[in-house]
Design a protein around this ligand. Structure first.
Ligand code: ATP
Ligand code: MG
Length: 495
């Protein structure tokens, strides 16, 4: 393999006329003296064998020291090994001992540099996935979109990814769709390639286990200092490649309180509809990160600000656009606030409750219409819930184990009104009682004022002893707050 030629003046001397007409030249970062190009390998091999190298990213360096990263030595940053979890350190050390490069990367490095506690630790290495599994008995290959290795230590999982390259290197084989979206993303590369293919500069910082320095190719350290979230490369192209990056931009801006850089922000509103092409299962995973990480309120506000929310929850978005009794709908915002509080207190939060909150407005609207048609309260909620969930899962999937619970929370809203005699105790004993009660409080608190006496009754019911509970339930008139059941309209026979 011949050496990649170096050039100090520009591309011209490298590209005779015939070549210039067939080569794709990509300048990744305006202002960076670095070019990437994807030659037609067959032609290059035939006519210019001295320039030929294996089909991988071919870097033409335009300066003497191009692409050299900013390396922040150990004494000049705040990351200490005591803040890195032991399992991640074990993986890093073992990879290093086996002769591989190994770095902590992504959110782990970003959060440590910000003095925050990382959610998880991701590792990047030049070892191939099979080489990684060879080193760790407690590991397994996983790979939905690309091959990764999970190394398991008890309940903890450390994700190890082989350096990957961006898409310039093998554009013929990237599975790129017409609209620019990338379907496959598994071309291996080196550390520098790996840095440039990541989403945001602050997510592209590497902690080197050899000398504990931080390696920065993309300007992430300076953006961290400025509180700026900046996508790497051309924003529009990067969002088209993977529209989920727009949701990630919102998520990190909300979580870190960072400002999205003007260039990274500009295309978002325009490209929101690209989220429609993202598989519903992936959006479910992303949804949980957006709303169950403790910053749901800020995230929700930003999603609405950038007009992305409607691509995730179209029916809810329609409802939110309308006012209720002259006031904006508050249930979603208040429900998300409660979720954030629970996360902050270390209490469990469930996707079932989250979806109950996010989809309640359309369910309520539809249930009211069904009630007017003569269905019972429970039936109306059941039907409305089924319909709304069926439509919603086209967009963001909701696994059945959660959707069943979500439906129960909704239908229990009707059941909680019928609490006379033994009914109250039976409801109280149900697994979903607590969630349904919390949901009732939320409704009473956010516009459905008429529910306040019922919510207060249930609050008291839980505070008193068993004898008083029986008394309380006996004093509720039979039929309780049950709505009069109207007769169902007869269906007009067809045909
Ligand atoms: P968190 O604290 O939420 O885990 P994170 O930055 O670690 O944040 P992950 O989803 O764990 O986010 O991803 C790990 C890293 O992988 C990111 O920091 C980023 O460098 C890279 N990455 C993840 N998703 C993408 C994507 N869609 N496009 C490009 N790079 C990505
Ligand atoms: Mg992470």
């Amino acid at each position: 393999m011949s050496e990649v030629p170096k050039c100090t003046r520009g591309l011209e001397p490298l590209l005779p006329t015939w070549e210039a007409s067939v080569l794709t030249i990509r300048r990744r970062e305006p202002g960076r003296k670095k070019c990437y190009y994807t030659p037609p390998w067959g032609l290059l091999k035939k006519y210019q064998p001295e320039y030929y190298c294996e089909p991988q990213l071919l870097t033409i360096e335009l300066t003497d020291k191009p692409g050299s990263p900013n390396v922040i030595p150990r004494p000049e940053h705040i990351i200490t090994r005591t803040n890195i979890c032991e399992s991640a350190l074990k993986v890093l050390y073992r990879l290093k001992a086996a002769g591989f490069e190994a770095f902590l990367v992504g959110g782990g490095v970003r959060d440590l540099l910000l003095g925050r506690e990382p959610k998880d630790f991701d590792i990047a290495t030049n070892a191939l996935p099979e080489e990684v599994t060879g080193l760790f008995r407690n590991s397994r290959l996983i790979g939905r979109r690309f091959k990764l290795v999970h190394v398991r230590f008890g309940r903890e999982i450390i994700e190890v990814a082989t350096f990957r390259s961006g898409h310039d290197a093998a554009s013929d084989d990237m599975g790129r769709m017409e609209d620019g979206m990338i379907l496959r993303d598994n071309v291996y590369g080196n550390l520098e390639d790996d840095a440039w293919r990541r989403d945001f500069t602050i997510n592209s910082l590497y902690y080197d286990i050899r000398d504990f320095s931080v390696v920065d190719y993309t300007g992430g350290v300076s953006d961290l200092e400025k509180g700026v979230l900046r996508i790497i490369g051309d924003a529009e192209q990067r969002y088209l490649e993977d529209p989920v990056r727009m949701l990630r931009a919102v998520r990190f801006a909300a979580k870190l309180g960072f400002r999205i850089h003007a260039d990274s922000e500009a295309p978002i509103t325009r490209l929101g509809d690209r989220l429609e092409a993202v598989p519903a299962a992936r959006l479910f995973d992303e949804m949980l990160k957006l709303f169950l990480s403790g910053y749901a309120v800020e995230t929700f506000e930003l999603l609405r600000h950038y007009d992305l929310f409607r691509y995730l929850f179209p029916e809810t978005d329609d409802c939110l656009a309308k006012e209720e009794k002259g006031f904006p709908h508050m249930l979603v915002a208040k429900g998300l606030l409660n979720t954030d509080d629970r996360v902050a207190e270390g209490k469990p939060v469930t996707p079932a409750y989250l979806f109950a909150v996010l989809l309640w407005e359309p369910v309520r609207e539809r249930a009211e219409a069904l009630l007017a048609e003569g269905f019972s309260e429970v039936q109306s909620l059941q039907r409305a819930g089924d319909e709304v969930i069926a439509a919603q899962t086209q967009r963001v999937s909701l696994p059945k184990r959660f959707s069943l619970q979500t439906r129960e929370i909704w239908t229990m809203q009707a059941r909680l009104t019928r609490r006379n005699g033994k009914r109250a105790e039976r409801l109280f004993a149900q697994a979903r009682f607590r969630a349904a009660y919390d949901f009732l409080l939320l409704r009473a608190d956010t516009g459905e004022d008429e529910l306040q006496p019922l919510a207060d009754w249930w609050t008291e019911y839980q505070e008193v002893n068993i004898d008083n509970r029986v008394n309380m339930a006996q004093q509720v008139p039979s039929g309780g707050a049950r709505k009069k059941r109207r007769r169902r309209r007869k269906k007009v026979a067809q045909g």
